[in-house]
Design a protein around this ligand. Structure first.
Ligand SMILES: [Zn+2]
Length: 320
């Protein structure tokens, strides 16, 4: 009898864990209510890899009266299906829209899993984002993420492209939920939107803010523009919650200040190198010393050298 009970308990545990969204040593992931009608799933704070299956962003649910709106559902079709199952644990209402913050596939490729269930899904993004991903950006990100995670199968042919354009300066309303859109010309990329959900007073920063990892600044980005954007936002009245593209959400200063501080050191050190006819790597050691608070951030050394180089190029371009 004891044996039967034990095996029933084991079977029960297995059944529960089979339903959970588990990523190896990173544990279980689920949506937690932040406040009002906002539920966030904070992804592992690191680069995409095999063990995290390419899931490392912060998908968020906004529950409307009749349906759900998802911001940045995740990085591929396969994790998208698991995230969809977690969404359905929060609410059985249909998903009526997603909003994608920018062009990088780790944020929007999971649209595919939502589209499969809801073929009429409205997918909002800035027109720059839509143009860039259709003109090769999606393929480029598919290649990057497939090589890192091996988990992109099912995501393309066709890609789940956004089908609704949103412009900066506009407010869109979906199922009674109002979203104010701001488009910085160049910050994390030139395709970003910063979204303020007015009903809950929540600001979605996209990758203009990260905490715990540094991410990349590609050719379309502008580190000085990114700093300027965040400083402008900090001048406005504080919102209830700020959700970064990667890392924990929270109040304004605790969420935005660390990334502003990091970028400011990078830009200052690059300027010092440029003014003194040094190469960017020649100020790297000094930058590392000034950035002690960030040494534990994911892949700190690998990323910061590249960022110094990018900041140096920005000073060069300004001088032309
Ligand atoms: Zn990004």
């Amino acid at each position: 009898m004891k044996k039967i009970v034990t095996s029933l308990v084991v079977a029960g545990v297995l059944a529960v864990s089979a339903q959970a969204f588990t990523l190896g040593k990173y544990g279980n992931f689920e949506f937690k209510k932040d406040h009002a009608n906002v539920y966030i799933m904070h992804g592992p704070v690191m680069d995409p890899n095999k063990e995290n299956e390419g899931f490392m962003n912060n998908p968020t649910i906004i529950e409307g009266e009749h349906g759900l709106i998802i911001v940045d559902p995740g990085g591929n079709y396969n994790v998208g299906k698991k995230i969809l199952a977690e969404i359905e644990k929060v609410s059985k209402k249909p998903i009526i829209a997603t909003i994608n913050t920018h062009k990088h596939g780790d944020h929007w490729f999971a649209n595919k899993a939502l589209l499969e269930k809801y073929p009429d899904l409205k997918i909002y993004a800035h027109p720059n984002m839509i143009k860039v991903v259709k003109e090769g950006g999606a393929d480029q990100w598919y290649g990057i993420l497939e090589s890192l995670t091996g988990n992109l199968k099912g995501t393309n042919n066709p890609f789940p492209f956004p089908n609704m354009e949103v412009l900066g300066g506009k407010t869109i309303e979906i199922d009674g939920q109002k979203f104010e859109i701001f488009h910085p010309e160049r910050a994390h990329t030139d395709t970003d939107i910063v979204i303020t959900h007015l009903n809950s007073d929540t600001m979605f920063m996209g990758d203009n803010v990260m905490k715990g990892r540094l991410g990349g600044f590609d050719a379309s980005s502008n580190i000085q523009g990114n700093i300027a954007l965040l400083k402008e936002i900090e001048k406005e009245p504080e919102h209830k919650t700020y959700i970064p593209g990667h890392g924990p959400s929270g109040k304004m200063h605790e969420t935005l200040d660390p990334f502003i501080g990091y970028m400011t050191v990078i830009v200052e050190e690059a300027k010092r190198a440029y003014d003194n006819d040094l190469e960017s790597y020649e100020v790297k050691e000094d930058a590392i010393k000034r950035l002690k608070a960030y040494h534990k951030w994911d892949d700190f050394e690998g990323k910061m050298g590249k960022h110094l180089m990018k900041a140096y190029e920005e000073w060069e371009a300004l001088d032309m």
